[in-house]
Ligand binder design. Sequence first.
Ligand code: PMT
Length: 407
Amino acid sequence: MNSPGSRRIVLGVTGGIAAYKAAELTRLLVKDGAEVHVVLTESGARFVGAVTYQALSGNRVWTDLWDPSIANNMAHIDLTRGAQAIVIAPASADFLAKLANGLADDLLTTLCLARPRAGIDGAQADCPLLVAPAMNRQMWESPATQRNIARLIEDGVFLLGPAAGDQACGEVGYGRMLESDELFGDVISHFQPKVLAGRRVLLTAGPTFEPIDPVRGITNSSSGKMGFALARAAHEAGALVTLVSGPVSLATPRGVARVDVQSARDMREAVMSRAQGSDVFIAVAAVADYRPAEMSQQKIKRSRELRTLNLEPNPDILAEVGALPSPPYCVGFAAESEKLEDHASAKRIAKNIPLIVGNLVQDGLGADDNRVVLFDDNGSTPLAPAPKLDLARQIVAHVARRIHPHR
Ligand code: PMT
């Protein structure tokens, strides 16, 4: 399962102005199908009240370790049994200090301490703990907080952020909690299998732009969505990802190193200088096969005469990477308007690559969803039409199986 749909998540909210983002995080998780149980600390409840979380989660909100309405008085145990994760957002400096030292003086600290951990007493279940720190930059940078964070990481707690930026106190620096959509993305990423852990993945995405004159050029309508989705999926799978992108207006997936280029020759240079050190190369970019033989230094003026544009071929980046003495595992894409299998298979053979992903331009170019077929030595594997991120995760899983056939 790719998203937390049908997952049970305990969301702990401690005292901090960033609590308003936790309300939105609750909404995003619930919209994605997760069952969310919110636990507020006493200070957490001072910022956004229980009623808000109750309305957003559809579940009762927990605050009190000593709540007499709970028959067995075991909320601190029951809440995490069957939960797939505890997410603390915002996690205050005080809360992190308690957690690092194993204190258990309220419901949230107690349930964190009592969460199931795989391997302890033969337990199979594991309930990972993810914390999103939120505090003033001096508090974040203080030796005590940094000591606590180091200890928490050593204890297997996962850190989400913090980010740097403007703070509610007016100062600027590290300690700002991630935005709710970033937290949501990180929580989902956390659940993805780490099938490419430690692998170096290089990708291209988007169109190229081949200038004709200072204002005009040859390009195409690739949005970059498929390539960016693959970069994100590879990062979620534990890879170190570099994304070489043509001109697109998409945000860089978190944790991905991005190199912006314009023309096919720029893209080739950026790729060739990194290809040798990569384990996997995924060429999703819609690279212009030709460029104007000459670029006019000045804007070409309108005239009534017939004009001819001379074109010369661009380098074939994918074929060049595939021809390296010890190439990375190469994945091509084939964008076709007809005869998908024939054209995609022919390209795979011509470029001498192990895997090509075929798609019809009418199914996916510029769109949020796509329909793809994977062609390799084992034949063809059609994937059901889906959002590009879902397909990207399936392609990443397929690649991982090919490069680690025994896992
Ligand atoms: O960006 P989106 O809007 O999300 O759309 C996604 C997509 C349709 C662009 C994508 O799914 C896709 O099919 N990308 C490949 C498009 C393409 O140009 O295919 P091609 O058949 O022309 O090229 C075959 C392969 O060779 C591709 O992997 C391409 O990156 C690579 N190539 C092509 C030409 C060239 N000079 N250098 C290359 O590396």
